[in-house]
Design a protein around this ligand. Structure first.
Ligand SMILES: Cc1cc2nc3c(=O)[nH]c(=O)nc-3n(C[C@H](O)[C@H](O)[C@H](O)COP(=O)(O)OP(=O)(O)OC[C@H]3O[C@@H](n4cnc5c(N)ncnc54)[C@H](O)[C@@H]3O)c2cc1C
Ligand code: FES
Length: 502
């Protein structure tokens, strides 16, 4: 299996946008060129001077690495959503996500036209109990105005005990969609790639410091999937989950089937045409980022699922991460009550394509002084009774323990020679924990294994060839550059020739 994201096969050769070259002053700075940042930019660019700063390439983050379903069906969630936030709140959530699909369709229509196709989204039951649950879910979803019904005979390519169907949803190519969004902003907003934000100082104006220049802005939206700013301590209010994703060419199923299991273990798949070929993309249950053992098991389980269910073998694979919020809903809005001009959006729990567009609408409404029905529900500064509070307590306690334990003991392989070409591992070198990887020819690259966010020891992800942090989900390239936050500083290079291993 080759480490590659299938959606990028359709990305035309788009030259990079120029990095920020000089200091500037605008109305709104948006940090991050994923679905949230670009949606907010498009909504705000009409009436405000907007600048979007992307550390790497637009679409290279979680959005571009997703399973690419644009749907209001986020698994069978609506019964519990009604219980948690009431009928009116759940209806607002449902309708905003449905509207987001239409918004995405409009963007795609004005673009190249191959970023979006209408398709149905399914939740499938594996047994009679799950099927009963879907029956109730269908009733609640329909009551909330969603296009939901039970489709007992639905052909989803798998045997099942019942299926909940949402009609008229969106099968997207996220790579093309985000490029379309960026193209739609040409001449209306300043977009810079290769521009990493390293600090944001809240104030009037806010000051945004990048690796190349400084920008002053009345408003800053931090749309970096997990905020890179400390305000709001979101790294302790969401926790990271990684997933194996695989893709295989197929010729048996129709394109545009988007399905997810009702129960555990999660199996989710999507059939789509990419660059003239028909693919099946699938993902499964979560694991801790940087845990090589569970990652390998997750890929093996998915390979077995593809083989047993569809007679396919994974050709491409990658890892994607998202963040689970402590009470089940994303955090969108001012990071804290004391920082009204510093806005964030995080905690999409693997459904951020439509909720990311919703977040963009909520953030734009806040900046424009308008009300949005979901702004109070998603309020990032909320202190709600914690649904899932015990899980959070456990996760935070585990992370705290890991930070102490990792620094003291760390992970360790016997010695540098035990790391074979194409692999990586943490060794001790002159008393320091070193993340050592080798390219296919065996040439070593060594960087500090201590995550620059809060000091956990990173773990090797052999599929993407990255160092992933188990504590709050930062990811780094083999040579130490930050790929996603909350870290903003790279892993320091280590010179292995500077002394003997210890
Ligand atoms: C396996 C998996 C499958 C998924 N499938 C789906 C799906 O089918 N449907 C769905 O709705 N959701 C799905 N999701 C969830 C969805 O992908 C995310 O919730 C969503 O993409 C988050 O969007 P974002 O804009 O917040 O983040 P991103 O898309 O990650 O964008 C953030 C951007 O910020 C940039 N950045 C980071 N730090 C800095 C910095 N310091 N300076 C400048 N830029 C910076 C990054 O480079 C990145 O481009 C899935 C998630 C996973 C894990
Ligand atoms: S991401 Fe927080 S310690 Fe690594």
């Amino acid at each position: 299996m080759r480490g590659e994201v299938v959606w990028t096969r359709a990305r035309r050769d788009v030259p990079p946008l120029p990095p920020l070259a000089a200091n500037a002053e605008v109305d709104v700075v948006i940090v991050g060129g994923g679905i949230v940042g670009l949606a907010a930019a498009r909504l705000l660019a009409e009436n405000r001077r907007v600048m979007l700063l992307e550390a790497a390439r637009i679409g290279g983050g979680a959005t571009g690495r997703s399973t690419a379903k644009a749907t209001s069906q986020h698994g069978p969630i609506y019964r519990s959503l009604v219980q948690d936030i009431g009928e009116a709140g759940a209806r607002a959530y449902a309708q905003a996500n449905e509207a987001a699909i239409g918004w995405i369709a409009d963007v795609a229509r004005a673009g190249d036209g191959d970023a979006f196709t209408r398709a149905d989204a399914f939740v499938f039951a594996r047994d009679a109990d799950e099927a009963d649950g879907l029956h109730e879910e269908a009733q609640v979803a329909a009551r909330l105005g969603l296009p939901a019904d039970l489709a007992a005979e639905a052909e989803i390519g798998l045997p099942h005990a019942g299926v909940l169907r949402f009609t008229n949803q969106g099968s997207i190519n996220p790579s093309i969609l985000l490029r379309d969004l960026a193209a739609s902003l040409r001449g209306r907003a300043a977009l810079h790639e290769g521009t990493r934000v390293v600090a944001v100082e809240h104030g009037e104006p806010c000051v945004v410091r990048t690796t190349t220049a400084t920008v002053k802005a009345r408003w800053v939206i931090v749309a970096t999937q997990i905020p890179i700013v400390p305000e709001g301590r979101f790294f302790a209010r969401v926790f990271p989950h990684a997933h194996a994703v695989v893709a295989a060419r197929q010729d048996r199923l129709a394109n545009g089937i988007m399905a997810i299991s009702a129960g555990e273990p999660t199996r989710s798949f999507h059939t789509a045409r990419v660059a003239g070929e028909d693919w099946l993309v699938a993902t499964g249950e979560p694991f801790r980022p940087g845990d090589a053992g569970t990652q390998a098991a997750a890929f093996a389980t998915l390979a077995a699922f593809l083989h047993e269910s569809f007679g396919l073998a994974p050709e491409l694979g990658w890892v994607n991460e998202d963040f689970r919020p402590m009470d089940g809903l994303p955090f969108v809005g001012p990071a804290t009550g004391a920082t009204p001009n510093l806005l964030v959006a995080t905690g999409f729990d693997a459904w951020g394509i439509t909720t990311g567009v919703v977040a963009g609408h909520v953030l734009a409404a806040i900046i424009e002084g308008r009300e949005h029905p979901l702004a109070p529900v998603l309020d990032a500064a909320r202190l709600r009774p914690l649904k899932g509070g015990s899980t959070f307590f456990t996760e935070n306690a585990r992370t705290g323990l890991r930070m102490v334990r990792d620094r003291a003991f760390g992970g360790r392989v016997a010695n540098a020679d035990a790391i074979r070409p194409g692999e990586g591992g943490v060794i001790r070198h002159r008393g320091q924990q070193v993340a050592l990887s080798r390219d296919e020819s065996g040439r070593p690259t060594a960087v500090s294994a201590i995550c620059t966010h809060f000091g956990c020891v990173v773990g090797w992800n052999g599929v993407d060839r990255t160092w992933d942090c188990p504590c709050h989900g930062s990811r780094f390239s083999a040579s130490g550059e930050v790929l996603c936050g909350p870290a903003v500083a790279p892993l320091e290079p280590v010179d292995l020739d500077a002394g003997p291993e210890s």
